[in-house]
Design a protein around this ligand. Sequence first.
Ligand code: ATP
Length: 140
Amino acid sequence: MKKLFGVIGLGRFGGSICKELSKEGKEVLALDADEDKVNEYKEIATHAVIADSTDELALKELGFRNIDHVIVAIGDNVHASILTTLILKEFGVKRITVKAQNDYHEKVLQKIGADEIVHPERDMGKRIAHSIISSNVLDY
Ligand code: ATP
């Protein structure tokens, strides 16, 4: 059966994940509390829905229990990110990737069992620094 992905939070990070997965032909259920964001992804994702991801009943009704891999891409609202991850964990979602805002956020996410924790800005900064170093090595 085809693997199902869920993307919660359609900011720059979540939006970009949603676009890439969709471009690769994956089935994506995109969710955001903001109607404008959801409208932007209506034609891109398989389904795009307006909902508050901290509403357990809403996630249940949307079928998040049956999604294989969910990416929680809520940034500023650490509380919402943690609660959403906890709900998904309790649903038994097989794989949960979460964007962390800071080290404390990461610690909590680890404790509640997030499978993968990412810091996009930090990780990209590291990669760019290394690529600057290696291009300088070739230059001199
Ligand atoms: P980015 O850097 O990826 O643009 P960000 O780190 O600034 O984003 P936010 O803009 O805070 O993150 O959140 C990303 C998206 O998550 C927003 O579009 C916001 O509407 C959505 N969001 C925040 N809380 C919830 C929630 N409880 N339920 C659903 N969507 C939410």
